[in-house]
Design a protein around this ligand. Structure first.
Ligand code: FES
Length: 88
């Protein structure tokens, strides 16, 4: 159990963000919000409460509104993500 929580456990994830595909190698524990902000430099989605309460991190995943701070990025392989930068 403890071994699975150690750093260094990564997965390959394909995400289509604002119309562009990315092949990412991600820590299994990282939230979608952190991938967008720190990995891809898309800072339009904000980290407010980081607990699913405020909605500052809202993005669209496959057309559905979600709190990206609550979603593990590794669970979204093949998903279409739209941030505020991709609107308009
Ligand atoms: Fe508040 Fe995600 S940061 S809901």
């Amino acid at each position: 159990m403890l071994e699975s929580l150690e750093a260094g456990h990564t997965s390959s994830v394909r995400l289509r963000v604002n119309g562009e595909w990315y092949e990412l190698s991600l820590d299994n524990r990282v939230a979608l919000l952190d991938v967008l902000r720190e990995g891809l430099g898309l800072t339009g989605s904000k980290k407010g409460c980081d607990h699913g309460q405020c909605g500052a991190c809202t993005v669209l995943v496959d057309g559905r509104r979600v709190n990206s701070c609550l979603l593990l990025a590794v669970a979204l392989d093949g998903a279409r993500v739209t941030t505020v930068e991709g609107l308009g």
